[in-house]
Ligand binder design. Sequence first.
Ligand SMILES: Nc1ncnc2c1ncn2[C@@H]1O[C@H](COP(=O)(O)OP(=O)(O)OP(=O)(O)O)[C@@H](O)[C@H]1O
Length: 978
Amino acid sequence: MRLLRRSNTGEFSLTKDLVGDETIPPYAILSHTWGADAEEVTFEDMTNGTGKDKPGYEKIRFCGEQAGEDDLQYFWIDTCCINKTNYTELSQAIKSMFRWYRNATRCYVYLLDVSSPPFHTNDEFNPRPWESDLWKSKWFTRGWTLQELLAPSSVEFFSRECKRLGDKRSLMQQIHEITGIPELALQGAPLSQFSVNERLSWIEHRQTKLEEDKAYSLLGIFDVYIPPIYSEGTAGAFKRLMDEINKLEKCIQDLHVTDPRDDKKRIEDTKGGLLKDSYRWILENSDFQQWRDDQQRRLLWIKGDPGKGKTMLLCGIINELNKSMAKTALLSYFFCQASDLRINNATAVLRGLLYLIVNQQPSLVSHIRKKHDHARKALFEDANAWVALSEIFTNILQDLSLNSTYLIVDALDECVTDLPKLLDFIVQKSSVSSRVKWIVTSRNDAHIEQRLRLDDSGTRLSLELKENTTQVSRAVDAYIDHCLSELTEIQHDKLLRDLVREKMQRKANGTFLWVSLVMRDLKEAMSWEVLQVLDEVPVELKDVYCQMMGRIKALRRQRSELCRQVLSIIIATYRPLHLQELYVLSDLPRQVQNVNQATETIVKMCGSFLTVRNDNVYIIHQSARDFLSKEASHDIFPYGTRDAHRSIFSRSLQVMSRTLHRDMYSLRVLAYPAQQVKQPDPDPLAASRYSCIFWIDHLCDWGLDSSNNHSVNLQDGGVIDSFMREKYLYWLEALSLCKSMSKGVTSIAKLEALIQGRVDASTLIELVQDARRFIMYHKWAIENSPLQAYTSALVFSPARSPIRCLFKEEEPRWITIKPAMEEKWSACLQTLEGHSMAFSHDSIRLASTSHDRTVKIWDASSGECLQTLGINEILFNISFDATGSYLHTEIGTIDIKTSDASSASNVTLSVTDPQNPRYKGLALSSDRVWITFNSEKLLWLPSEYRPLRSAMSGNTIGIGVGSGKVWICHLRSTNYTV
Ligand SMILES: Nc1ncnc2c1ncn2[C@@H]1O[C@H](COP(=O)(O)OP(=O)(O)OP(=O)(O)O)[C@@H](O)[C@H]1O
């Protein structure tokens, strides 16, 4: 960026090109409309000292003088600070312009067509005589001025006479009315909050001198970049812009595993709302202040026993940082929750943190897009996700454009998968990047402490430490006061209230959770019982839980049993359940009028263990889950946890058998895109959604060595056999509607492994094998259009596929001449988004490479992508050395960045001749072609293809085909002689 500098004598000169934001001094920036080319002072004029007689020089003089008045020595003007004859410089300027406006200390808008009479006296009837000019000003009709209005935090308006008219804030209402831009955007809210269409509408009625600029002037507003091509026309430029926006949106959509902002809101709501007086103590705490104010303190670890209020404290800290941090700073956070499969692992933490970061600074998505553009969603989900995400995260943290950033992670102890990796990552990153500060919380845990290795850059804040206990106790007292103010039973009796307060303060022992549990009891008590309740309640949390459990056991026979059922299901399931899911899985009484109400009533009988929000049931606290699954497990699971899994499995099968049928969402159109499917209300899958996704997991959790029942289920003619025969295709449709097709693929593989080798299940084994081929082969089509389960999936399955035969009735009748299919499945198991390849000697893994400069390592049986490696060269042949650490290519040797040495050593691969003529006869398909009937897309048709690369191991062969796909084939099932 080149700036103009005003010397003491009033002369202007250009600085050298300043590279890197940190080298740029505070500066003012001008926003204006351009006159005729000959009127504007150019870069050449400035370097040659000419142009002073041009009309445009007035603007330069104005900007320089105004900057001087505002104590700024430097300023920037687009007419003369960019060398437009240099394409590289011009495209760099277009790329950076939004940032330059945003970073300016002041932005002056010079309005040549707005006049403010110099001797205008204050006229109470017309205090702003220039306002009518403002409404008509050309400045509001130009394209580039849109970002100049939105990017800077301070925008001041000046008349032709250089008189200050007001700023973006004082003129907010008028600007909003003139431009139609929401006030929130004018106030500086992140533009990513506004939909793409809304942002596009802001430029609709604006013009640019060069037609393509209409699109290019939006780059900063969408935080994307395309290089300018000033010959492509408006349509071309907008097409490229939209492509880029769509890729950005898709990337963010795939990254999404949860929106931590929603999690925060949900947590606050389920915990009864956040109380300021109970967290504000942290702002006065010296450890916290040191972390906040000292550049060197980059990591703060807040630790404390269960229920000490760490999570709520973090919610408070997030709110306070949001208010106090610089506008340009980023704040990202994540709440781990052990009970929710989605958010209890290290990969999810990185995904969640990244999600909020790129939401605030979308340009950083470029780091994700480098990998995402070819790996797509698998980047975040395959076995290599951690490696890829940590690399992306590191690149973002090193990006010079990253603003100062706060990263906050709650409940590390609830990160069930890969916690050590996460801890090492946090330690490493917090010590290298000075612009990034971390806060993490956890329970007191020696392993976490050891791993965090807190040195000079880190601070430990223990809630149990003597210096802090007074502050925490006061915070708990404030919480008690707040809770008591809501206890209507004792409002009229001050003496009683004081007594209750005093007793609670004495027993709470600085534990918020204790107070909140006791309060639930007190709310149920009459005024004369309140003191007795308090006397009876134990001090320790565990004892409180024991007391709650005792009460459940003392309920009338059936009620107690219902509570036990509900609690056991909640503990044994993989994610929080909807009331309807809980109703069926707990097998609650049938004779109820309103399922949600009845289930909620039973949930309430479970004392304070559970809570309901938006019809979903949550366990009140992780410590309650710990208690129920450990100390109370003999009460909750009298027949062991396996029995709970058995119940969930068999009730799942029952509910699915009842509810699954063709076209559950009444989509009707066969190619109805899955992305456009909206969940109907009431949702026919509300009760069976969980079952569809997890029934096989619970079958496996039930265990192999179980009772006869288990055998009955697994044998020919058993319940699984019947379910597969009657409902398999509807189950696939349901999986697609639940966006869980990939989970279905791994589940059916799990089922196949479970029944493998059983002598009494030979027909079932055959059926499941067929079902597995079916789902793998047609996954793409069904995933994208749920009803393709009944069309292309059936029509393009082998004539003697058991699944096809069982669901013959579902085949489309309008196809009179059906494609001639093989009798049995072809050699193709599935298509992988891949490349050219080599198999591991044990046939377990397949490595592939392609022109997109990546190498992928696949699990050959599930088709899961295990690793995606970025490479610098275009590869044709690949192989691994014996240790698996180096990948040899025809072009060079590449270091594989693998975090998992053990898996790498399995990958000893050999390359077969890609030109081997013996494979040439294979005719399989790769591209997806739709058959259209009456302009409705009806079915997906695999087309002809040419094999490009192939590799073979044992009786499995991999074939690379056009458009970067890989087919994995079993030669056993074909007639090919190889
Ligand atoms: N500032 C606050 N405002 C309102 N309620 C609070 C506040 N702090 C704590 N609480 C109450 O105390 C309970 C326990 O707090 P929290 O869940 O934050 O504890 P924790 O230390 O994170 O526990 P754990 O480490 O076991 O998960 C909350 O469910 C809530 O009811």
